[in-house]
Write a protein that binds this ligand. Sequence first.
Ligand code: EPU
Length: 417
Amino acid sequence: MEKMIIKGGNRLSGRVRVSGAKNAALPALSATLLTDEECIFSGFPPVADIATMGKTLRELGSEVESAGEYIRVKPGNSENFIAPYRLVKTMRASVLVLGPLLAKRGRAKVSLPGGCAIGARPIDMHLDGFQAMGAELKIRHGYVEGQARELRGTRVKFKRSTVTGTENVLMAACLARGETILENAALEPEVTDLANLLIQMGARIEGAGTDKIRINGVDKLSGARYRIIPDRIEAGTLLIAGAMCGGEVQVEGLIFDHQKALVEKLQAAGVKVEHDYDWIRVTRAGKVKAVDFETEPFPGFPTDLQAQMMALLSTAEGTSTIMENIFENRFMHVSELDRMGADIRVEGKRAMVQGVEHLSGAPVMASDLRASASLILAGLSAEGETEVSRIYHLDRGYERLDLKLAQLGADIRRVKD
Ligand code: EPU
């Protein structure tokens, strides 16, 4: 296992480029199961979760080759329809193969992902969607087993906003007979990016990016060459790092419109923000001020940046209140931040962050992907040395965050535990 050693206190400044979005790449890989033709993607971040999805596709008979930011997927003519526990348990987004398998192969047997560190995360809304389209589903021995001779278009109304739920049902609907209407569909840019890929593959989709998506099923989809969108969460993490330790940090290659909720909160905290449509520059102008925020589906403040923003606010002037509305257990980083001298109290889904003068370096343990990023940011601004262990969580979704931060002037190194 590896850990990160950070000597805090360095000013960060300079320019850094954002990688492609992990959460757009994962559904894009699943979508290749809907076609018999080759798909070539660019902009893919070489992170562990993408490798796991690659393994799942190989298990399902696809050829998968990657080189740097490129990945080529050629579905074989395998009739395999099983995504085993051994793969799904390491990454719950593997359930994204369920919709494409039901639609294209008429059968699917996909391990139930189970809970994870940040919450129970059931997939009932995915399953309700497939059932409404005529799939027969059973849960047996920890697996969802489904079959559908033909999926039928229908109206699916999600009872709350779900990102991968919308993506899964959207993919299945592309090959269903007739029209499917998704209501209360997720508005996240990753959903829109998947719809754009599917449209390039020949799907008939209207309304992606709104809460009502209309899909007219087609008989088959073709291959595609597609570049996925930049990672708004990685971009946000780097911007928060800049706000904590700047200097002037410019993050390039992002889409400004995807970052608006964060920018608004950074400005309210007194951080100077300049931007164009594809870059944002943050400059720390004096002490950061407390701000309140709550996590919400897009275009609200993303839950995937809550932990990083909390690290920033832990040394702000005043008390910030943070409400985590998406996941019921996404405050695992709090006790670790408190070990570094933060003063944070959690009551249910609310965290009260009383800003302290400074954090002090300590050995801490990452509990999930975004919590690892939060602890690294805390370490960058703390006095003395911080050791973050279990950084395999970080490597699931960030492309060498340590190197990008070092490029901006951070004293951070990765060592074997
Ligand atoms: N939910 C249900 N039933 C369902 C589906 C979801 O109750 O059938 C609940 C969840 O438990 C949660 C809420 O609905 O409380 C929203 O969950 P959503 O389905 O939107 O989350 P997800 O699709 O499982 C994706 C991202 C997450 C990100 C969330 C929220 C991917 C692969 N994952 O998860 O990313 O936090 O949307 O934006 O796209 C991360 O990258 O660190 C990460 C966790």
